[in-house]
Design a protein around this ligand. Structure first.
Ligand code: NAD
Length: 299
């Protein structure tokens, strides 16, 4: 695989496309945002002026877009009419299972291979090329091609099952993440009320049974994890609007599958409140300030 078309150069896509360059691939890159395109050009990608230009002469197209409607529109209206026969399409966005399955069918009918391959690891994982990819696709041959396409961007590629299974796994994972971030923030807020020094509590929790990604990688308090968003005014990172989208997807899945997910529902309610208060663009770890009753610190 030599040439990649990359669409969606935001918090995740900007780093993922740069890592494709480090994998010695030529990368054509497109985003609606001119600033994102300029940044990609500076990093060494060929900035395209449209999706059509971005995908017209590549071996694989990778999309990293906000949500299902964006992916459906870009793939069906802009990618499929403009790619060469045989091009592999890999969507790494977190979207609903139904859209992923539909797109797999649409691509299959038109003779293209398609996979949903959402990622875990956050912006730091995207930058360090340590993402985990969870892949849903029709067959072994497509999976082998996806493994090759995403290899420069991650350290683990795992097949979740057939079309949509990657998204199903990602939605379950992110419900757990939303719950664990709120639990982590509640623990730091309680530690403060009990007069504990935050750094000392971090030293203990990070080596005890409370340890999790929300504590040791995306730590919501400034200090212990230097590159966590808490040290950068809670600039995302992983935006509150994004975790809320994922928690809504999880609740929709739970309702249709008949699963009982009370903590997932609570997490959705709290992030929904935080979003409505105007903090959708802050990293999701900033919900600490809501739980501390100190939203003014986020101004
Ligand atoms: P982002 O909002 O930073 O980036 C999305 C980019 O897509 C933006 O630059 C936007 O301009 C571009 N875009 C939107 N519509 C477009 C279109 N029609 N054509 C071209 N470009 C378009 O989002 P992000 O944080 O990079 O997340 C992207 C996806 O990855 C989401 O589905 C998210 O849930 C998932 N994800 C994010 C993280 C994270 O930590 N940020 C982690 C794992 C998964």
């Amino acid at each position: 695989m030599e040439r990649i078309g990359f669409i969606g150069l935001g918090n995740m896509g900007r780093h993922m496309s740069a890592n494709q360059l480090k994998g010695q691939r030529r990368v054509a890159a497109y985003d609606l945002s001119p600033a994102a395109r300029a940044r990609a050009q500076e990093a060494g990608c060929e900035a395209a002026s449209s999706v059509a230009e971005c995908v017209s002469d590549v071996d694989a197209v990778i999309t990293m877009l906000p949500a299902g409607p964006h992916v459906r529109q870009v793939v069906t209206e802009e990618v499929l009419p403009n790619v060469k026969p045989g091009t592999l399409l890999v969507d790494c966005s977190t979207i609903d299972v139904e859209t992923a399955r539909d797109l797999s069918d649409i691509c299959h009918e038109k003779g293209f291979r398609y996979a949903d391959a959402p990622v875990s690891g956050g912006m730091m994982g995207a930058e360090a090329a340590t993402l985990t990819f969870m892949v849903g696709c029709r067959d072994d041959e497509t999976y082998a091609a996806v493994e090759d396409a995403v290899r420069p961007m991650g350290r683990a590629v795992i097949r979740a099952g057939g079309p949509g299974a990657g998204e199903a796994a990602k939605i379950c994972n992110n419900m757990l993440l939303g719950i664990s971030m709120i639990g982590t923030c509640e623990a730091f807020a309680l530690a403060e009320k009990l007069g504990l020094d935050w750094q000392r509590f971090y030293d203990i929790a990070s080596k005890s049974s409370g340890q999790c990604w929300s504590v040791t990688t995306n730590c919501p308090i400034p200090g212990p994890v230097p590159n966590s968003p808490a040290n950068n005014a809670y600039e995302p990172g992983f935006a509150t609007a994004m975790i809320l989208k994922d928690l809504k997807l999880a609740q929709a899945c739970a309702a249709s599958a008949g699963a009982y997910t009370p903590m997932g529902a609570q997490a959705e309610g709290l992030f929904s409140l935080f979003d409505q208060l105007g903090y959708g663009n802050k990293d999701f770890s900033a919900i600490l300030q809501l739980l501390r009753g100190k939203l003014a610190e986020l101004a």
